[in-house]
Design a protein around this ligand. Structure first.
Ligand SMILES: [Zn+2]
Length: 385
């Protein structure tokens, strides 16, 4: 479900998730009725309306993404979906200052856009001879420069205000967590920010159901409560993985193979990824698939040196599982050599990683309804294959 690419901006891929089709379908099916109640707004204007609103979402996500990149975070892409936008990024820094800057950058872009467009809005409002708030309400859906300008201002302001609510999973919740992290620690800070967000969402959801007799708002509230719970879950898993050392889970090895041995010799223990060492130091990695390819090419007297990957980077026994998982993902490798005081000790693989997740899942699946850790380990098992 990668969606289609709309192009790139500043090296960041912009993608449209398939669920976005629902938004356009809604416009095509329902805008006529919706528009008629608002003085006959045509369907093409409905499409333009959606495009403008999602442009504000895109601007918001670019705020996060570019600020994150400023702090050295890898940004993969930005995906627009039915429920908004998501910037897929590598692990964020845990320094409260940069966390606040990244969380704040999204709403800040929206405020900046709104502030830049407000003079134009006032000018067009004056030129069109409109006066008063009632007029703005009617103007919003009437095709023309004024409505376009007003939609840009309102959608950006609304996004900024909504996202600054200090409740997970909104940006404001992240800012609150970063502020709390200094005082009570990041893990405890997340619990407080998540619970605060859940209580707020529940109160607003119930209030909307009782007074506004709305069904959509309580549903959004339920979604927010669930999303906040998932965030809490993933932070708990993350902290457990940060406490576990990779040395506890590596497969110990007697010394790897020498670069001067033959490929046939390297295969004697069966087809597997083999670490190449010289005087106890890691000098490369002989990947299983390359090994099999080379042997198939009837060159079994070739040396390990010719087929090994010398770019592989080792981790140490004291590195956390969390760090190692991210380094493996970034290097797109399913195994990594483990060293102790510079000497090769063993290998850590995606298989071992999914073992770690399996060990963790009883602890996390006690929480009813959410089995994120087992879902992650399922995913990793697929990755290991
Ligand atoms: Zn945001």
């Amino acid at each position: 479900m990668q969606g289609i690419s709309l192009g790139t901006f500043r090296g960041i891929d912009i993608r449209l998730h398939p669920s976005f089709l629902v938004v356009f379908l809604w416009v095509l099916v329902d805008w006529r009725r919706f528009g008629d109640q608002r003085g006959g707004s045509p369907v093409w204007f409905g499409v333009l309306f959606v495009v403008l609103v999602f442009a504000a979402v895109l601007a918001h996500e670019f705020g996060h993404a570019l600020m994150a990149r400023h702090f050295g975070v890898t940004v993969h892409d930005i995906t627009l979906s039915l429920i908004g936008g998501v910037a897929r990024m590598g692990p964020l820094p845990h320094r409260p200052g940069s966390e606040i800057a990244i969380a704040f950058a999204g709403p800040a872009v929206n405020v900046a856009v709104a502030v830049l467009v407000v003079p134009l809005a006032i000018l067009t409002l004056v030129l069109s001879g409109s006066s008063g708030v009632d007029d703005i309400g009617r103007q919003l859906f009437r095709p023309g420069l004024l409505s376009v300008v007003l939609i840009v201002v309102f959608s950006n302001l609304l996004l900024a205000v909504l996202n600054l609510v200090p409740a997970f999973p909104m940006d404001g919740g992240r800012i609150l967590r970063a502020v709390l992290a200094d005082r009570i620690g990041r893990e405890q800070g997340t619990v407080v920010a998540v619970r605060f967000g859940q209580v707020l969402a529940a109160v607003l959801g119930i209030a909307a159901a009782v007074w506004l007799r709305s069904l959509a708002l309580p549903l959004i509230a339920a979604f927010l409560i669930f999303a906040a719970q998932l965030e809490l879950q993933s932070v708990r898993i993350e902290y457990t993985l940060r406490r576990l050392k990779v040395g506890q889970f590596a497969v110990w090895d007697m010394g790897g193979v020498s670069p001067d041995q033959t490929l046939a010799w390297a295969l004697r223990g069966g087809p597997r990824d083999v670490v190449v060492t010289e005087h106890g130091k890691v000098v490369g990695m002989l990947w299983r698939n390359i090994l099999l390819d080379q042997l198939g090419a009837s060159s079994s007297n070739r040396l390990v040196r010719d087929a090994m990957d010398p770019t592989v980077r080792s981790v140490t026994v004291d590195d956390s599982i969390y760090d190692v998982e991210h380094r493996m993902a970034e290097a797109d490798r399913w195994a990594v050599p483990v060293t102790e005081d510079g000497t090769y000790r063993g290998i850590f693989t995606a298989d071992r990683l999914s073992h770690v997740y399996r060990q963790l899942s009883p602890e996390f699946s006690r929480n009813p309804g959410i089995r994120l850790s087992s879902a992650v380990s399922e995913f990793l098992r697929g990755f290991a294959r």
